[in-house]
Design a protein around this ligand. Sequence first.
Ligand code: AP5
Ligand code: MG
Length: 193
Amino acid sequence: MRLVLLGPPGAGKGTQAQRLVAKWGVVQLSTGDMLRAAVAAGSPLGLKAKEIMDRGELVPDQLVIELIDARLDGADAVNGFILDGFPRTVAQAEALEALLEAKGMRLDAVIELVVDEAQLLKRVENRIRETLQAGGSVRADDNPETLKTRLEAYRKQTAPVSAHYAGKGTLKQLDGMAAIEKVAGAIDAALAS
Ligand code: AP5
Ligand code: MG
């Protein structure tokens, strides 16, 4: 199973990817998680990415393309992968196509979780509250102000990626406003069809 999960910040990509990992025995490739790990490790990549991520903007295409290139045919991806948060620009989508072709791979599906912006803000506020209650540390970009910038980046740079896949006939848009289990069921049905 080789799948792209598209959707705005807080749409549920990570939540659904984790369930699909357990179901299909595939690996979740989240560029956001990889970048946060690089920031935490203080690596040169992390140092470059930190301020951009904290502002809620997208990091340069080449940085994430290199991260993904190294993982698509890794040992943990023999059963496939779920791309979560990549591609996020049309240039990334085109680079992904070239990488897959070079590796003799193809995508099985591109699924977009559609959620309106008011709901996204509520979800991020919920996550902040729950994280603080559990004594954890809140993501630096999880606050209402930075969410505005993340949404703007989504509208300008990532929404055209949906149109890109729609034009190729590979896009399946699902209602991401439903409860987590319902969204999961809709993804399973879309993958079976
Ligand atoms: P990234 O880590 O990808 O963040 P994001 O997509 O902006 O947002 P989230 O991870 O918060 O959303 P999600 O869709 O995974 O939702 P989740 O399942 O967590 O990117 C972070 C930053 O890294 C970017 O801003 C950029 O700077 C950089 N970056 C990453 N990839 C990049 C790329 N390719 N190119 C350039 N830059 C890149 O769910 C959210 C919350 O809602 C949770 O609390 C969850 O429990 C809840 N929830 C989920 N589903 C439901 C539901 N159905 N009903 C109710 N609540 C739900
Ligand atoms: Mg996520």
